[in-house]
Design a protein around this ligand. Structure first.
Ligand code: NAD
Length: 351
């Protein structure tokens, strides 16, 4: 893939660095979107993309999202992401992870990696044998590793803020549909139930469904039925693109607030949701708990209460976005983008 192909890609948006490496077993791309606020931190995803072009689409979009996410979360980090093309169950090896570490090292610290879909804390530790530019691997019971519980906490705070804004109530008796009860969804269900919400879940993975039903009183519906479930809040916590032209008309919830990245299949969907009167909590705002946690790990801050207070600000930020959206009749997703741009790129705003 040459420079022209990268820079003419529809998802290319002034990315500072896009590097492709295809040698030996490693076929990977690193994208740094913007480092105005600090070094670009973002996960390293491993996925069996069907083509390099698909991987490029993903890494350009995700790295850009990280810039916006960190800016609105109020942390001094930029946006970046890495993708390894391959099946994490079949193709992962120590040699491959070392090669990825060498690749990251070539960027000299402009990109700092962390775990993501298809990689875990142990993989990042192996990558870290070749580069210092890794994060999210602190050896500490609370802070080390899995960011899902803290991401779930942020999503929970965001759902509570959305319900308070729209329904003027707390979560007791509010019906929430959770699409996907993996790492984040599972923890989210626990928090919702503890707050008295009535929870309906769906998942394509029976093991994950069994885990959540063993621990919590929830209703289960089929994966096809969750988006149109009769609920107050729909929480997409599975894959991106859940809200798309095919699914949008069947949504009954008045609020969409969940963990998944890139929930809207296209930017225009934000305007459709506004027209339909559905309150949408922009994905990168509500799911920022993980990156907030990673930031505090980086600076060596171990005060759990401080991290949780920062994560709770997700609710305050959403409330501001909702108010501006209502006042100006603009999609919440556009309002969030503009607020983030004003933080990481004031000159973009002025242009
Ligand atoms: P995960 O893979 O552990 O969980 C996803 C779950 O969704 C799995 O149980 C999977 O079986 C299920 N699923 C997939 N397709 C489905 C479908 N069509 N219908 C119903 N269920 C389906 O991932 P996760 O770590 O829980 O992350 C969930 C989402 O949140 C992802 O989009 C991820 O990018 C995003 N996110 C996660 C974090 C984090 O800290 N883990 C942080 C920010 C954003």
């Amino acid at each position: 893939m040459n420079r022209f192909e990268i820079e003419s890609h529809r998802e290319f948006d002034h990315h500072e660095v896009v590097e492709v490496r295809n040698s030996g077993d490693l076929h990977a791309i690193i994208a740094v979107h913007n480092t105005n606020l600090g070094p670009a931190v973002g996960g390293c995803r491993m996925y069996p993309y069907s083509s390099e072009a698909d991987a490029l689409t993903d890494v350009l979009r995700l790295s850009r999202g990280m810039t916006y996410k960190s800016a609105l979360a109020g942390i001094p980090l930029g946006g970046g992401k890495a993708v390894i093309i391959g099946d994490p169950r079949a193709d992962k090896s120590e040699a491959l992870l070392h090669a990825m570490g060498d690749f990251i090292e070539t960027l000299g610290g402009r990109y700092i990696t962390a775990e993501d879909s298809g990689t875990g804390v142990n993989d990042i530790k192996v990558i870290g044998e070749r580069t210092a530019f890794v994060s999210g691997i602190a050896d500490n019971e609370r802070f080390g590793g899995d960011p899902s519980p803290i991401t779930a906490l942020g999503v929970f705070e965001g759902i509570a803020a959305s319900v308070l804004y729209r329904c003027k109530s707390d979560l007791a008796g509010i019906r929430v549909g959770v699409q996907g009860v993996g790492n984040v969804g599972y923890h989210l269900v626990g928090l919702l139930r503890a707050a008295g919400a009535i929870v309906t879940v769906a998942d394509v993975n029976q093991g994950n469904l069994d885990r959540v039903t063993a621990d919590h009183a929830v209703d289960v519906v089929s994966p096809d039925a969750i988006l149109s479930a009769e609920v107050d809040v729909l929480a997409p916590c599975a894959m991106g693109g859940a809200i798309n032209p095919e699914t949008i008309r069947s949504i009954r919830a008045g609020i969409i607030a969940g963990a998944a990245n890139n929930q809207l299949s296209a930017r225009e969907i934000g305007a459709d949701l506004l027209d339909m009167g559905i309150l949408y909590a922009p994905d990168y705002v509500i799911n920022a708990g993980g990156i907030i946690d990673v930031y505090y790990q980086r600076i060596g801050e171990r005060d759990e209460a401080l991290v949780k207070r920062h994560v709770a600000e997700i609710g305050t930020t959403l409330d501001r976005i909702f108010r501006i959206s209502d006042m100006e009749r603009r999609p919440t997703s556009d309002v969030a983008d503009q607020m983030a741009e004003a933080i990481f790129s004031p000159e973009l705003q002025a242009a």
